[in-house]
Ligand binder design. Structure first.
Ligand code: PLP
Length: 358
């Protein structure tokens, strides 16, 4: 198996892949592979329900929240959120912490009036704005944040609290990596392909009160209430992706749940940040220390030529996906839940040895 540090789609737990391989031809004695099951069959309805139950237990999601499995990626949520939640005559507030929140804002502005409540753009998105600096009007329909910034490698560690309006969060790259206090949020969404499973399914967790905002004139496929009313089976769902999501959630539960995943993510990220901090400037972390992500570790080297020989040697060693996103440059190691601790130890060791040699 490759030492996979891709940013998404990303590594899946080996145990999940092995189980899926077994059930691919014959799901639980049905004589059909999972992909061949009707979405109206008893077998698939069970998969759909079990997946929801697992997520509800793992993230302690109260009954007042609906769980939806949608398509169109996290990117479609950039549009669906304002279409459903932005109230007539009101504005939506966005905190800009990187490329994805910029995109979310841009889509919201196509739907209605959306404004910037805080931004760390001037500091090249090295940090997360202090919650006290966020300018939120009580007139706003909601406040949108991106809890983990996949490209810049920053993460919210202190959330805005006591808001008078619903908090909406893009958790595509850090959902299920730490416990959540759901009551702080109105809506959470995440494309599955980083921490939850394969691409193709997007999880939306929405407070039932907010469902009332979905106007009946919206196209059905873009209406949260329609999906909630039909248990996410309004049309043909991405059955294989939901099945794999179920396997990943079972794996997470067996491992010890979100607390254990949080512990592991702290250990894994500490290994890489230690390698950066002890390198006496050989590696420079992109994020400010207080805003460092435990999911995407971004760093640069002295110049392009050293960075390119680092990436070249890393590839020869078997590491995949370490090149930084083009907007930041340098390197990025994505260490989502399924990336084994041993692989991160190998990477930290490789970083130390590369530094000694150069
Ligand atoms: N939001 C964040 C934080 C992401 O990291 C990504 C993808 O990398 C997206 C949104 C876009 O997700 P999708 O490709 O599922 O639309």
């Amino acid at each position: 198996r490759a030492l996979n540090f891709n940013a998404g789609p990303a590594a899946l737990p080996e145990a999940v892949l092995a189980k899926a391989e077994k059930e691919m031809m014959n799901y639980q004695g049905s004589g059909m592979g999972v992909m061949e099951l009707s979405h109206r069959s008893k077998e698939f309805e069970e998969i759909n329900q079990l997946t929801k139950n697992l997520l509800r237990n793992l993230l302690t999601i109260p009954d007042e929240y609906e769980i939806l499995f949608l398509q169109g990626g996290a990117s479609l949520q950039f549009s669906m959120i304002p279409m459903n939640l932005l109230e007539e005559g009101s504005t939506a507030s966005y905190v800009l912490t990187g490329t994805w929140s910029e995109k979310a804002l841009k889509e919201a502005q196509k739907v209605g009036n959306a404004v910037i409540a805080a931004s760390s753009k001037n500091a090249n998105y090295r940090s997360i704005p202090n919650p006290s600096e966020i300018d939120v009007s009580a007139e706003s329909s909601y406040l949108h944040i991106t809890t983990n910034n996949t490209i810049f490698g920053t993460q919210w560690h202190t959330l805005p609290e006591d808001l008078a309006i619903p908090l909406v969060a893009d958790m595509s790259s850090d959902i299920l990596s730490r416990p959540l206090n759901l009551s702080s949020y109105g809506l959470i969404y995440a494309g599955a392909q980083k921490n939850l499973g394969p691409s193709g399914v997007t999880v939306v967790i929405i407070h039932k009160d907010l469902l009332k905002r979905s106007r009946s004139g919206l196209p059905s496929m873009l209406n949260y209430q329609v999906h909630a009313d039909s248990q996410s089976l309004y049309n043909t769902p991405p059955t294989l992706s939901i099945y794999l999501l179920m396997l990943v959630l079972q794996w997470a539960e067996e491992l010890g749940g979100v607390k254990q995943l949080e512990l592991l993510s702290k250990q894994k990220s500490a290994l890489l940040y230690d390698a950066i901090d002890r390198s006496e400037g050989f590696y420079t972390g992109h994020a400010e220390k207080g805003s460092r992500s435990r999911m995407n570790v971004t760093f640069t080297l002295e110049n392009d030529s050293v960075a390119s020989s680092f990436l070249h040697e890393a590839e020869e060693y078997g590491f995949i996906g370490l090149a930084g996103h083009r907007s930041v440059g340098g390197c990025r190691a994505s260490i989502y839940n399924a990336v084994p601790l041993e692989n991160v130890e190998k990477l930290a060791d490789f970083m130390n040895r590369f530094r000694s040699r150069n």
